[in-house]
Design a protein around this ligand. Structure first.
Ligand code: EAX
Length: 323
């Protein structure tokens, strides 16, 4: 009698475990809040993956730099200790040099131009450079056009920015460009930025409206100038150890989910661009809406000589010519 009961219990246990779906929880990290552009894009990605894999894959979100700065998170994805990061290209050029060309200041005319480049052969070609560097780039999301904030004065032309200690991303292309404006660039991981602004360790920083809004920089920065000096792309990066375990069907699900994430993130950037300035003025920031863009482009010319040497003038022109 005893053995039949044992057999019955065992077979019920096997039935249960087989019935309960094997579920993989993916850790996804990003710099800003769950309701920010990164949060919206990451949520759409995760919902689409969970739906498309019938619940076999779901995400655990780590917003607000909970897993560290973007460089740290990219390293963790490369090592496989983190599954996904939704990151600006800021530090990515240190891992995949081919990305650096899209960080050149004043390279993109507007959002339409930038998005066409990222979604076209140039942007897709850059994604193809990641696997050989131990990272899977699922797709482009978006951070947005970067503007300057500081605690000292209005910035209309480069001379106004000269001498300001400005935090930058850990990105040499940005730093070389900003030096031509007379700025003193201080590379710093994003999680340290709010504190540095609060203590006055740096005078200012530059980020897209969605980041300035969601990170509440109006609490520590008085002046905002709509310089739009750099288009900051973003990427959804996946650990190869996750990718290599996926079936072809699941790989397709992950790829489609990344596309939908990019579209949702861009839509949120549009919304923040449309509503954010008024919101930031309401929060007390003094916003310079029209800057002397030509003076910034003029100042940047010496940096463009070295960009042309590093990336090829023809490659820069190919991007500029995309219509
Ligand atoms: O990706 O470091 C930065 O300024 C980035 O724009 C921010 O982490 C969002």
């Amino acid at each position: 009698m005893k053995s039949t009961r044992l057999f019955a219990a065992l077979s019920f246990g096997i039935f249960l475990s087989a019935g309960a779906m094997a579920q993989t929880v993916l850790k996804i990290g990003y710099a800003t809040s769950p309701t920010s552009h990164y949060g919206v894009g990451s949520t759409v990605f995760c919902e689409e993956v969970e739906k498309g894999t019938q619940g076999r894959y779901k995400c655990q979100h780590f917003p607000n730099s909970a897993l560290g700065g973007e460089r740290e998170q990219i390293e963790a994805v490369q090592l496989g200790t983190q599954d996904l990061v939704n990151t600006s290209t800021g530090p990515v050029g240190n891992f995949v040099p081919e990305v650096k060309i899209v960080d050149i200041p004043f390279l993109f005319r507007d959002y339409d131009h930038a998005r066409k480049v990222m979604d076209g052969p140039i942007g897709q070609g850059i994604l193809a450079k990641f696997p050989s560097k131990g990272i899977i780039a699922l797709g482009w999301t978006e951070n947005g056009f970067r503007h300057m904030t500081n605690s000292k004065r209005d910035i209309v032309k480069p001379a106004d920015a000269a001498g300001l200690k400005m935090r930058t991303m850990e990105n040499k292309v940005h730093m070389d460009g900003y030096k031509t404006f007379g700025i003193l660039p201080t590379p710093m991981a994003f999680p340290e930025l709010f504190g540095a602004l609060q203590q006055g360790t740096v005078d200012g920083q530059e980020n897209p409206i969605p980041v300035i809004l969601s990170s509440k920089f109006s609490q520590v920065q008085k002046h905002l100038s709509l310089t739009g000096h750099v288009y900051s792309p973003a990427l959804l990066l996946l650990a190869p150890k996750v990718w290599n375990k996926l079936s072809d069907a699941d790989k397709k699900v992950f790829g489609e989910a990344a596309k939908k994430a990019g579209a949702a993130q861009r839509k949120k950037v549009n919304e923040d661009e449309n509503n954010g300035i008024a919101q930031l003025e309401k929060e007390g920031m003094k916003v310079i809406k029209v800057v002397d863009g030509n003076a910034f482009r003029e100042a940047l010319k010496p940096a463009y000589v070295s960009y042309a040497k590093e990336f090829g003038a023809d490659n820069i022109k190919k991007i500029q010519d995309v219509r």
